[in-house]
Write a protein that binds this ligand. Structure first.
Ligand code: C6P
Length: 405
């Protein structure tokens, strides 16, 4: 089997088992090269200079937008807005769409497994507009059932926000059904693809979602670049979120008219190197292909689930329906704090995340404070899993005499 680690300098030059790709992925040489090449040959601000260097930078930046629109099958490049990250994209929707389209009595529906970034902004919008924030809850299989979707999304619902893949449970949500149910009831649907786009091919036209957001850094790109996709007609009717340079048309002493899409939503100098890096990451991923990525990942993740399931001291938080499960495995050693487990694993060069994973309402719903989480990408191998198992055995053996049930 091809070992993709050799494409990733940080992994190639170390013996760590990096199992925290849901927090951020490692970056391949191709992305590092593209950024370095940009600074060596094209560096200038975009949209501002009439000189050729600036025009080259602008072309690279706008070509990347077109590439991203094709990557997710958007109908128009101007439906792609660059942001800082998934969080900023969601805040843009909440502030610009949410605050201006809701009234008392309206309902916003999200799920209990949302990351804080798709939850806290809606609390603020609900408080400011008098709308109600409602939750779709998960069943014993850590899934949102069809009945739950149909009972929570009603004609009162105006906005539905759903994570495509849970960053804690790895559950792949039935976004197709959620979007259809939202539209049937006259609501718009927002898909948080932060944890799905690194693993699952996204097609916004066939999904028919109104907005879809993600962070570049979770799909091999630099930190600090995010994407907001929105249907053109909806984006056109939304006011700008941030004000400043490049998002304007005419500025007078007391009033301003705004630039057309997408510039209306891109205030100030943008993260041009991030956009260039994201474009290179897409080339790299498309060269491998989502089919291959899924094949390699599922082999390693299935192996991990099987191995972890053999550890009787471990509790796993994953759906038993493997087709509805992505590359995230949360677990706890019964009676041991996840931070202690993560520290022992760290001493064995194994990187996992521990904590509430920015999903406190979900933790509370599950009746726990925190978990350890191993999250995988196509560069992980079965050897990484074997290391994890040995590390967990070490942690358990160190702590078992203190465990009281
Ligand atoms: N989850 C994790 O370790 P940002 O931080 O803006 O790039 O992404 C926010 C975000 C939004 N939605 C989901 C489903 C996410 O998982 C995340 C980020 C990371 O799980 C960092 S907290």
């Amino acid at each position: 089997m091809y070992n993709f680690k050799k494409d990733f300098p940080l992994l190639n030059n170390s013996n760590i088992a990096y199992l925290d790709s849901s927090a951020t992925t490692q970056k391949p040489q191709a992305v590092l090269d593209a950024i370095s090449e940009f600074y060596k040959t094209k560096n200038a601000n975009v949209h501002r200079g009439a000189y050729s260097l600036s025009m080259q930078a602008t072309k690279a930046y706008e070509d990347a937008r077109t590439k991203i629109s094709k990557f997710i099958n958007a109908k128009h490049p101007e439906e792609i807005v660059f942001s800082k990250n998934a969080t900023e994209s969601l805040n843009l929707i909440a502030y610009s769409y949410g605050l201006n389209n809701l009234k008392p009595g309206d309902e916003i529906v999200i799920s209990i497994m949302e990351h804080h970034s798709n939850l806290v902004p809606w609390q603020k919008v609900a408080r400011a507009t008098g709308a109600t924030l409602k939750y779709m809850y998960i069943n014993e299989n850590f899934e949102i059932s069809s009945e739950e979707i149909e009972s929570k999304i009603t004609p009162k619902t105006k906005i539905v926000g759903i994570t495509h893949v849970s960053n804690v449970l790895g559950t792949i949500n039935n976004v197709e059904k959620i979007i259809k149910t939202a539209h049937k009831n006259g609501a718009i649907a927002i898909v948080d693809a932060a944890q799905s786009i690194p693993h699952i091919k996204i097609d916004v036209s066939s999904l028919d979602c109104d907005f879809l957001i993600f962070s570049g850094h979770k799909m091999l790109s630099p930190l600090g670049i995010g994407v907001l996709y929105g249907k053109k007609q909806i984006l056109n009717n939304m006011p700008p979120f941030l004000m400043g340079g490049d998002m304007i048309e005419y500025v007078h002493e007391q009033e301003t008219t705004f630039a057309p899409l997408p510039n209306k939503f891109e205030a100030g100098t943008q993260n041009i190197e991030g956009v260039i890096g994201l474009s290179a990451a897409i080339d790299y991923m498309e060269n491998i292909g989502y089919l291959k990525i899924a094949e390699v990942e599922s082999e390693v993740v299935n192996y991990a689930i099987n191995q972890l399931s053999n550890l009787d001291y471990l509790k796993l938080y994953i759906t038993p329906n493997r087709v509805n499960h992505s590359s995230v495995i949360s677990f706890n050693i019964n009676g041991v704090h996840p931070h202690d487990v993560a520290s022992i694993l760290d001493s064995e060069n194994i990187c996992v995340r521990s904590g509430n994973h920015c999903a406190q309402p979900l933790m509370r719903y599950l009746g726990i404070n925190s978990t350890c989480r191993a999250s995988f990408a196509f560069y992980n191998t079965k050897e990484d899993v074997d290391k994890l198992i040995l590390g967990l055995d070490k942690a358990y053996n160190m702590f078992k005499k203190y465990i009281h049930f």
